[in-house]
Design a protein around this ligand. Sequence first.
Ligand code: FAQ
Length: 330
Amino acid sequence: MYAQEVKSTGKGLKTLEEMDPEERAFQEKIDANIKIEPKEWMPEGYRKTLIRQISQHAHSEIVGQLPEGNWITRAPTLDRKAILLAKVQDEAGHGLYLYCAAETLGISRDQMTEQLLSGKAKYSSIFNYPTLTWADIGAIGWLVDGAAIMNQVPIQRCSFGPYSRAMIRVCKEESFHQRQGYDIMMVLAKGTPEQKEMAQDALNRWWWPSLMMFGPPDAESVHSVQSMAWKIKMNTNDELRQKFVDQTVPQAEYLGLKVPDDDLKWNEEKDGYDFGEIDWGEFYEILKGNGPCNKERLGARQKAWSDGEWFREGLMAYSKKRKARKVAAE
Ligand code: FAQ
């Protein structure tokens, strides 16, 4: 089964016959849907790919707090403020589960943070756009969390135990996030003409960046073939993007809003929507650090890291003192 799939991709992955016995046994476990746990043998590439993906995912959750955090003090009602505060706190929790899952692979939280702050590690392109109005908070919950769920539900079944288990909890919370975002959009879309216009403007600005979240087109995706063979990814970028469009367009229609894509058309034959060309030039510019908010986002994380130095030192001093006392008592 695996060998057949690999041959059909034509991307030169080893077949089962070409693998050494340890690697073959590992791949057979993956093919049989047996979870891989941290202390078990794994190919170095599998470990590195997981560290890359999980840490980038963790960084996305943490950086992702910034655009929404921007609106906590300006939420229109006390209820909305409490809900948004809880949602942003949830994202911090997701970051922590994910950092912990990556740490089981032999990298420390400090090393991952260093990779983020130096610009070596990526975080999701979507968080480099500004949140200009309250409607953006609705659009983020509906579209960004919606895209995150579409991507993360299959990862609940991924091959690495700690990642798959973290995803189960994360997905439950993301569903609440998406509902709260859609609820904001619903109130605005059924409100005054100005409120409806604000909702439409947010949809116009967040639609295309949300489609980019799924990553480059399959033909340009560097990691997909190997990651799918290892079940680190369960679907290709384009498959998930298509599912997201098919799910979200009717939701926009229900709101009475127009998806900003003149080429969007139901295709009976493929049982899904055809949609317009994504501006991949914009996506790659963001990956290079040239998006509207890249510098601001990284600057905020760098400031938080240096502002927190005294606190980290305090924590370590206490733990060192406790250890020294314990040794002296023995
Ligand atoms: N942004 O070969 P592929 C959230 C990079 S969580 C930036 O296709 P892969 C919750 C990619 O890293 C959102 N970079 O890569 C929330 C690679 O570069 P590298 C995050 C991107 O890994 C909501 C290169 O392009 N979710 O939103 C992006 O197989 C609201 C080639 O790409 C996850 O991380 C991008 N969009 O597939 C929080 C889910 N796409 O690393 C707060 C887990 C691609 O070699 C508020 N991750 N690149 O330097 C994944 O499923 C995968 O990593 C993909 C990318 C699908 C994102």
